[in-house]
Design a protein around this ligand. Structure first.
Ligand SMILES: [Zn+2]
Length: 426
């Protein structure tokens, strides 16, 4: 009897405590201006009210009822905007000038890679990226499953994560190269071919936690030029198998034929797309395939080797060709999603991709949308992320200056909030 009374008292205490947490005061964010993710410009004099993990109100200060108990946070001279989304990251990679991809995959212990990844996640979050789609662990197994759980449980700071686990490659296409053929070298992704193996691997990766399936549609087979690695039928099978579990597919494709097959197979996004031309980009638009251009991953080596800086002319190769491709994709009406391949270059430097998109012809607002509303739509997160609207999750950042005028404002992040919680205070 006494035990039961004690339990009842405890239950009441829990209810009371929950009440205290739930009634933590709303937060009113008062920046110089707001970019809501959809409008053509930023809005001067707007405020955003956050209640719990959600946005409660957005609009001109004089029209918003500020709750009497609200905590007001002034953000003078800052622009408030939705937390940024990078749809192509690798938290388990670090720049290749620090260690080659082969060495990262073959020589770095898993624990070391995970330790680095925790730093990467913090850097990405504090640089304004509140959501990432991490496209493959590059030999680190299912480490992304645990990293995602660590972020969700508040053990480490990091962006919201969509993960792909090991990714799928055709046999012989993705191993660390240059070893004697008699040795079996550990892989950077999971090999599978043909009907039974592909169905099993897609289901297995989903079962272990993959939110997306990442497939490599082409590769430099046998060290030759980049050629398609999977048949169209195999790619279709991957897409169908994933789709029946409600999972979408991202295809790495840098050859024209790889892009063609991936588009016809029904993937949701093509990564890189370096082999595109106007006809292929039209096919992508017809098949509703979005493009993650990963400009920064190509630019980084040019910047390092030739000292090129964003905005300077003449533009060296292969960047000149990349700019042409980017323009062709836009002219064809392909949806372009901010996806940078960060990890190939330093985590925390995600603004680099947006600067390049603007240097290659987008307006700053178009680039911002590709990292907010457009990315959220392509990743099927637009019911809760990507725009500042009542009811959306309170993922917000504040930057110095106005990024709708100068995209480099994104390099001066002064506040980061994810789910109503400050990770960087102004
Ligand atoms: Zn990648």
């Amino acid at each position: 009897m006494r035990a039961r009374r004690l339990l009842a008292t405890l239950a009441w205490l829990i209810v009371l405590l929950k009440g205290v947490v739930a009634s933590s005061p709303p937060i009113v964010l008062q920046p110089a201006r707001v970019f809501d993710g959809t409008a053509e410009t930023s809005h001067e004099g707007w405020v955003v009210v956050v209640n719990g993990d959600r946005i409660e109100a957005v609009g001109p200060a004089h029209r918003i009822n500020t709750p009497a108990d609200a905590q007001v946070v002034e953000l003078p001279e800052l622009t408030l905007l939705p937390g940024l989304i990078d749809a192509h990251t690798h938290v388990l990679l670090h720049p290749y000038h620090e260690a080659s991809w082969n060495d990262q995959v073959l020589k770095e212990p898993l624990a070391l890679r995970v330790c680095r990844a925790t730093n990467h996640l913090r850097s990405d979050l504090l640089s304004g990226f509140t959501t990432i789609r991490d496209l493959g662990t590059e030999g680190a197994g299912y480490a992304d499953v645990g990293l995602k759980q660590a972020v969700e449980q508040g053990i480490i700071p990091g962006p919201r994560m969509l993960i792909a686990t090991r990714a799928i490659v055709a046999t012989g296409s993705y191993a660390p190269k240059g070893y004697a053929p008699e040795w079996t070298i550990p892989q950077g992704a999971e090999e599978a071919d043909g009907v039974d193996a592909l169905i099993r691997v897609v289901r297995d990766q989903i079962g272990r936690g993959a939110d997306w399936i990442k497939v490599y549609a082409d590769a430099a087979m046998g060290g030759g030029p980049i050629r398609p690695s999977f048949s169209l039928e195999e790619l279709k099978l991957i897409v169908e198998t994933a789709r029946s579990s409600g999972i979408m597919v991202a295809a790495h494709a840098s050859s024209r034929e790889g892009m063609r097959r991936a588009s016809l197979a029904g993937v949701a996004t093509i990564e890189h797309g370096y082999g595109g031309d106007p006809e292929i980009f039209r096919l992508m638009r017809e098949c509703a395939v979005a493009l993650c251009p990963t400009l920064a991953a190509s630019e980084i080596s040019v910047a390092e080797n030739q000292g090129w800086r964003v905005g300077s002319e003449p533009i060296p190769e292969p960047l000149g060709r990349l700019r042409t491709l980017f323009q062709q994709a836009r002219e064809a009406g392909v949806t372009i999603v901010n996806g940078s391949d960060i990890g190939v270059f330093a985590h925390g430097d995600g603004a680099r991709e947006l600067e390049l998109m603007v240097a290659f012809g987008m307006t700053p607002v178009e680039a911002l949308r590709s990292a907010t509303t457009v990315a959220a739509r392509v990743l099927r997160l637009d019911d809760r992320l990507g725009a500042l609207k009542p009811g959306m999750l309170a993922d917000l950042i504040a930057v110095e200056g106005d990024p709708t005028q100068s995209i480099s404002s994104l390099r001066r992040v002064r506040m980061v909030m994810k789910g109503g919680v400050f990770f960087r205070r102004p």
